[in-house]
Design a binder for this molecule. Structure first.
Ligand code: BES
Ligand code: ZN
Ligand code: ZN
Length: 477
């Protein structure tokens, strides 16, 4: 059986000084037949398939050890099956596997893709700071004949973009502050083919980004504002789609200090920003013909004698005065300036993503993301994409009454909405700074998880990259 094989190689970090090292995937065509599939084994499986009428994907590992996977046809179940297979091969320390789908198994290309997606996404591990790295490199040899139309390059790039996003989030703030983050953005731009411009403190001051500067007051690291531009020549849209991501590199709460348990994992508070970077990397890497701009305001939210305090009144970039009633509601302050900045691009649509409220996490758990906005048609499309990739969205209201809850008697607005509707009042605050079609994703629940589940390992999940990638890819169809 003369198949060509593709090699999927998972590598890990080489050493812990490599801040910019990410696990990578490469698809190499094997010039010589690496593993020979015995025709008699294949024939035997095909016969048993015909007898039993089951769907399965056989995987041959070293020494022709054979694993047969019975699969059903739910896409998410297939991803989980892929993850289960990866875990099994890893535990059994197989370094070489051959995967060959039996042609008569009846699995569609989409179903095979989902299975492989689960497999590949499972391979990420953040083991950079472990002396004893358990991650091994593993070769999966895929019979190209069976998978020729599977868009393996696309999947490989998407997985790489996921790794990058996860690592940006998993890195603690003492390795990933706003400056290191923006240096990474520049380097990723070069690697994947999009433009980057980093605004530093002087420029941020000149632009009078009062929200970002206010949150940064307690920090010894200056803020950065990353602008990512992916404008391919063959773009089908004239006005850009803008992705805005919250880039709070660590959220102590500021003087409205988080009680200790709540502060744990708050290195994840730039997961929105990291997802913007990952999404644009995947789009650029795969040369999707869509004009997209990314904006990521970045700072930590810490305390010093100069830090923002409650009762402070600050002036945002658009001139709005805000009475700070809780320094832990910092995400909306940094995002507001970015949303105002977006106006200069005359966007067709702006989607912001942020680990914005505990209230959102309380509603969705880690199972999904809250969506709100002023453009129902786009929200519906996003919900559809979310179902497809299993990064599900649930829509919450943005009634005008929520705006009234942000009333301040001495400034234009308060940054605190009170005890009810926390997701909606946060969104209502953001809405004040928009004058274009806009969708807000509160990813506080799904962005960072405690326990590994299927192909999502503990730590950063890189949500909503697959959702946005699919949403934008479908606009190009
Ligand atoms: N970064 C937090 C929200 C968060 C909570 C993210 C849990 C991930 C998991 C955000 O800055 C915050 O602290 N929000 C406050 C807002 C409140 C003070 C209005 C919250 O949710 O308590
Ligand atoms: Zn906060
Ligand atoms: Zn925060």
């Amino acid at each position: 059986m003369q198949d060509t094989y593709l090699n999927v190689r998972f590598t890990s970090y080489d050493n812990k000084d490599q801040v910019r090292a990410f696990p990578s995937f490469s698809l190499l065509t094997s010039p010589d037949q690496h593993v020979d599939l015995s025709p008699s084994i294949v024939a035997r499986i095909e016969r048993s398939f015909e007898d039993k009428k089951t769907d399965f994907i056989p995987v041959f590992t070293d020494e022709y050890h054979l694993l047969v996977l019975i699969v059903n046809k739910d896409l998410e179940q297939l991803r989980l099956d892929g993850a289960a297979l990866y875990t099994r091969l890893k535990h059994e320390r197989f370094e070489n596997s051959v995967w060959r789908e039996i042609e008569k198994s009846g699995l569609s290309q989409q179903e095979q893709y989902a299975f492989l997606e689960g497999f590949i996404l499972s391979s990420y591990a953040f083991d950079k700071y472990k002396t004893d790295k358990k991650t091994q490199s593993m070769d999966l040899w895929i019979a190209k004949k069976s998978f020729v139309s599977l868009e393996l390059d696309k999947l490989s790039l998407l997985a790489h973009a996921h790794s990058i996003c996860k690592t940006l989030v998993n890195e603690p703030v003492n390795y990933m502050d706003s400056l290191v983050f923006s240096e990474n953005v520049e380097q990723i731009g070069k690697q994947f083919g999009f433009q980057t411009e980093i605004l530093h403190k002087e420029q941020i001051e000149a632009l009078q980004m009062g929200g970002l500067l206010a949150v940064n007051k307690g920090s010894s690291t200056p803020p950065t504002f990353s602008v990512l531009t992916y404008q391919p020549q063959d773009a089908i849209n004239a006005k850009p789609l803008i992705l805005v991501g919250k880039g709070v590199t660590f959220d102590t709460g500021g003087y409205s200090l988080k009680i200790s348990g709540n502060m744990l994992t708050m290195k994840c508070d730039m997961a929105g920003g990291a997802a913007v970077v990952g999404t644009i990397a995947a789009l650029a890497g795969n040369k999707i013909p869509y004009y997209v701009i990314g904006l990521v305001p970045a700072t930590d939210n810490k305390i010093s004698s100069n830090a923002l305090v409650v009762d402070d009144i600050i002036t945002m970039m658009d001139g709005t005065s805000v009475e700070v009633q809780n320094t832990d509601a910092e995400g909306r302050l940094v995002l507001a300036d970015a949303l105002h900045y977006a106006k200069r691009f005359d966007p067709e649509l702006v989607i912001d993503m942020a680990t914005l409220t505990g209230a959102s996490a309380a509603i969705t758990g880690s199972f999904g993301t809250a969506v709100l906005g002023n453009e129902q048609h786009e929200i519906n499309k996003l919900i559809e994409s979310g179902e497809l990739v299993y990064e599900r969205l649930v829509q919450l209201p943005l009634w005008k009454e929520y705006r009234e809850l942000l009333h301040s008697s001495i400034a234009d607005m308060s940054n605190l909405g009170g005890p009810i509707g926390g997701v909606s009042t946060a969104a209502a605050f953001l809405q004040h700074f928009t004058d274009y079609p806009w969708v807000h994703l509160d990813i506080a629940g799904a962005a960072f998880i405690k326990e590994t589940k299927g192909y999502r390992q503990s730590g950063a999940t890189a949500t909503p990259i697959r959702l946005l990638y699919t949403f934008i890819e479908q606009k190009c169809r």
